[in-house]
Design a protein around this ligand. Structure first.
Ligand SMILES: *Cc1c(COP(=O)(O)O)cnc(C)c1O
Length: 404
């Protein structure tokens, strides 16, 4: 009886999600990730579509060299280690990747996690306790919110990007005699493509003697000089105490996350971070793919890819502005097309897929109610013809949806 009530309640909740137009359907790919993908339609037929919604910013997810490196590592070291790192799961390739990450982003050392979600989930609790305070941006990623919840430090929040509010919270934390204050922010806010104001955040941190942590998942590999991320972009490299990032986006697109920091931070996380201690080591295939992606990102070719990515983003922005769409302004290859209504965002995404463009509508709870959008993302591998095709598909989809 309670069992029936339980399942009935879940069904009702799912029905509500559908009724509010908030369902997030999963489209099935039948190809590699890239600027053009094969998508399985609802009727089971497949169609090709231009992809404008992946985090594959540099186009490395299906790069031949990245794939080859990954295959070779599997042949050499097997599928995995069937162990956490401290028992018998640490292979030379883990140390190699940790050094490569530390060297790329300018830190003493780094520590690998199964995902950036785990890196953020595990980073706070070992480093801070009730004597400390964490000041978190209100739009920070879900994994930061969860990580902060798992930590005993006092929690303070500042309004997204609001430096006056951040200063207020810093004063509150100082007044409460916090031992250590840690400001934490996304380097790039993924729903808007806004780049955090790290010059002012670090200035305030200096003024109030606080540490700064940046989650650079939507920046590592492609933002700033050499792709070193949002701090490099803002010219405050070396002032970020703790950096978290992912291999699941620009850096190869496989999976895995990291924390890069000074030695005592990384050393203590190896002893105490729960997702590190109690979860399997990254597989060789993923480590090798990430190493090769980092190599490419740091090379001359990386510079060319980043230049192409900005050019592509600028072309798409210009085309969409000329077509009269309401974009969130910015310089990041995340380009949100604001539509307001959740249903409108879903209908536009469906009409775009009919026109061979794969994009996703985002609505509550991922973004605030009434601020539904299609978040487009550009990739270095898009051609100008593909970008122009997407812009005209947006025009025609809007006409079709507005008439319907
Ligand atoms: C994608 C993302 C994550 C999660 O990264 P995974 O490696 O996929 O777990 C965490 N933080 C931010 C800001 C992200 O954009």
């Amino acid at each position: 009886m309670t069992e029936n009530t339980f399942y009935a309640r879940l069904r009702a909740e799912l029905d509500d999600i559908v009724a509010e137009g908030l369902l997030k359907p999963e489209r099935i790919l039948a190809s590699r990730q890239g600027p053009e993908v094969v998508v399985q339609a609802a009727d089971g037929h497949t169609r090709t579509a231009l992809n404008f919604c992946s985090n594959n910013y540099l186009g490395l997810a299906a790069d031949k060299r990245v794939i080859e490196a990954s295959i070779m590592a599997t042949k050499d070291a097997g599928t995995g280690f069937a162990s956490v790192r401290f028992i018998c799961g640490t292979h030379a390739i883990h140390k190699e990747l940790e050094s490569a990450v530390a060297d790329y982003f300018g830190y003493d050392d780094s520590i690998l996690f199964a995902a950036a979600f785990d890196a953020n989930g595990g980073v706070f609790e070992p480093l801070l306790n009730e004597e400390d305070a964490i000041i978190s941006d209100s739009l920070n990623h879900a994994s930061i919110i969860d990580g902060v919840r798992l930590c005993k430090a006092r929690r303070l929040r500042f309004n997204n990007g609001d430096m006056a509010d951040l200063e207020l919270q810093l004063m509150r934390a100082r007044k409460a005699d916090a031992r250590t204050i840690l400001i934490v922010t996304d380097g790039v806010f993924s729903m808007d493509g806004h780049i955090a104001d790290l010059s002012n955040i670090t200035r305030l941190a200096d003024q109030y003697d606080a540490l700064v942590m940046v989650d650079d998942c939507h920046a590592s590999g492609f933002l700033g000089p050499e792709g070193r991320g949002s701090a490099a972009y803002r010219g405050v490299e070396g002032r970020i105490d703790i950096l978290t990032g992912t291999f699941g986006k620009a850096l190869g697109g496989a999976m895995g996350g990291f924390v890069a920091a000074r030695k005592p931070v990384v050393d203590l996380l190896r002893q105490r971070a729960r997702p590190y201690l109690f979860s399997n080591a990254l597989p060789p295939a993923v480590c090798a793919a990430s190493l090769e992606a980092i190599r490419i990102a740091r090379s001359d070719e990386g510079n060319k890819l980043r230049a192409q990515l900005s050019e592509n983003a600028a072309r798409f922005r210009a085309g969409m502005n000329a077509a009269g769409f309401n974009l969130v302004a910015g310089e990041h290859p995340i380009i949100p097309v604001m539509l307001g209504d959740a249903r409108m965002a879903q209908d536009m995404a469906a009409a775009l897929l009919d026109r061979g463009i794969l994009v996703t509508g985002f609505s509550f709870p991922v973004v605030p109610k009434g601020l539904a959008r299609i978040r487009t993302q550009l990739c270095a591998a898009h051609t100008t013809a593909q970008i122009d095709q997407a812009v005209s598909a947006f025009r025609s989809a809007r006409d079709a949806v507005l008439v319907a």
